[in-house]
Design a protein around this ligand. Structure first.
Ligand code: GAR
Length: 207
């Protein structure tokens, strides 16, 4: 049984996709230990708590400086001891000490086709604003393992989504979620839980 902690910052539609996939048997062999948020007002926490899943709040604002938060966050994750950390719309940079403790056991969903529209400053709606500003005709989503870089770890899966002429950042975000994110993230968790993928030579390969 793969034990996971899901980290969230906002509404939690990706968390909901994971919960639905568990209900529907599309994710097997997996148990959610808890949902951790940096934002006490995150709707995702309500989604978790309504299912009896513990919601944990750890806000950087509660700590004197970023390093104190990083230490406390890493210590909390070590205490929870998941087999996999799932970043499902978590908008806080993962501390290097956590990356070194968890190795290839942290996955992230990003709302673009990495390496386009990613890195520092590219998160949430901002990604879709930049896609529209640039006039890109295709975008999408990526699930990847997390390393010390920003959106740079080995890519697990990607799915392309068309940009429409009359898109707003909001309509594009919704299409990327519906057509890519809510499919890719549950599938990646199921693949990991059932031992179907591994990292070899810095790339993800199917076994
Ligand atoms: C999602 O679009 C996710 O891909 C993005 O934040 C949104 C969270 O929505 N994550 C990033 O931008 C990470 N760099 P949700 O709370 O409804 O799942």
């Amino acid at each position: 049984m793969l034990k996971i902690v899901v980290c969230v910052s906002g509404g939690g539609t990706n968390l909901q996709a994971i919960l639905d996939a568990l209900d529907e048997g599309k994710i097997t062999n997996t148990q959610i230990l808890g949902v951790l948020s940096n934002n006490p007002g995150a709707g995702a926490l309500d989604r978790a708590r309504s299912r009896g899943i513990p919601g944990i709040v750890m806000s950087p604002k509660e700590y004197g400086d970023r390093e104190a938060f990083n230490e406390a966050f890493t210590a909390k994750m070590c205490e929870l001891a998941p087999d996999l950390v799932v970043l499902a719309g978590f908008l806080v940079k993962i501390p290097p000490q956590m990356v070194s403790r968890f190795g290839d056991r942290i996955v992230n969903i990003h709302p673009s086709l990495i390496p386009a529209f990613c890195g520092v400053g590219y998160y949430g709606l901002k990604v879709h604003e930049k896609v529209l500003e640039r006039g890109a005709k295709v975008t999408g989503a990526t699930v990847h393992f997390v390393n010390d870089g920003m959106d740079e770890g080995p890519i697990i899966s990607q799915k392309a989504v068309a940009v429409e002429e009359d898109d707003t950042p909001q309509t594009l975000q919704r299409r990327v979620m519906e057509q890519a994110e809510w499919i890719l993230l549950p599938r990646a968790i199921d693949d990991i839980a059932n031992g179907r993928i591994e990292v070899a030579g810095g790339r993800v390969v199917r076994k």
